[in-house]
Design a protein around this ligand. Structure first.
Ligand code: ADP
Length: 169
């Protein structure tokens, strides 16, 4: 990376993109591992106007900021449009993604190849910690909505927010 026009030219940057509705221990595991490999990790929360989440984008960002504060080098932001544009604007050469199972692979490979073809950005896949290989935000919401215990799958702060939100429904 040349980074000659960036304000912090020598920093190695990566982005972890996703919906994070809400952030789970699986996401956090990938973010924490990326934060040990890169100087700055941007967590990019996707704005999807056509899909209403359980949490608003601002609420997701707020939860993410609180649970990643301890890493010190994680920046949480929202984005809409193309991820490659988010990367270009911030001089980010790498996307870091967790791969849960073979079922993730087909789509992730297509996206990685498309993004690389669009702008040259690289995608690095980190194998999911097996403890979280079945874990997704949607499954957590579904189980929690039916009263199942998800305390071991999300940070305590997220568990509280989830319980409160679901009680209001
Ligand atoms: P989901 O709704 O499936 O939890 P997101 O769109 O918020 O997913 O996930 C963003 C990215 O976070 C995924 O593309 C993947 O790279 C990573 N991720 C999600 N869940 C996990 C997990 N359990 N373990 C590792 N990585 C994960």
């Amino acid at each position: 990376m040349t980074g000659s026009e960036s304000e912090e030219p020598l920093l190695r940057r990566a982005v972890c993109p996703g919906s994070f509705d809400p952030v789970t221990n699986g996401h956090l595991d990938i973010i924490a591992r990326a934060s040990r490999l890169y100087d700055v990790v941007h967590v990019a929360v996707m704005i999807n106007q056509s899909k209403k989440g359980l949490f608003t984008v601002d609420e997701r960002i707020d939860l993410l900021r609180q649970v990643t504060a301890e890493y010190g080098n994680v920046k949480v932001e929202s984005f809409h449009g193309l991820l490659v544009d988010f990367c270009k604007e911030r001089d980010i050469p790498a996307i870091v993604k967790g791969l849960r199972a073979v079922s993730d692979f087909d789509y992730e490979l297509q996206m990685a190849q498309m993004n690389n073809g669009l702008s040259g950005v690289e995608t690095l896949f980190v194998p999911t910690n097996p403890t979280y290989s079945f874990l997704s935000s949607s499954l957590v919401k579904e189980v929690a909505a039916w009263g199942g215990d998800v305390a071991h799958l999300v940070p305590p702060l997220v568990l509280r927010a989830l319980t409160e939100r679901l009680a209001k429904r």
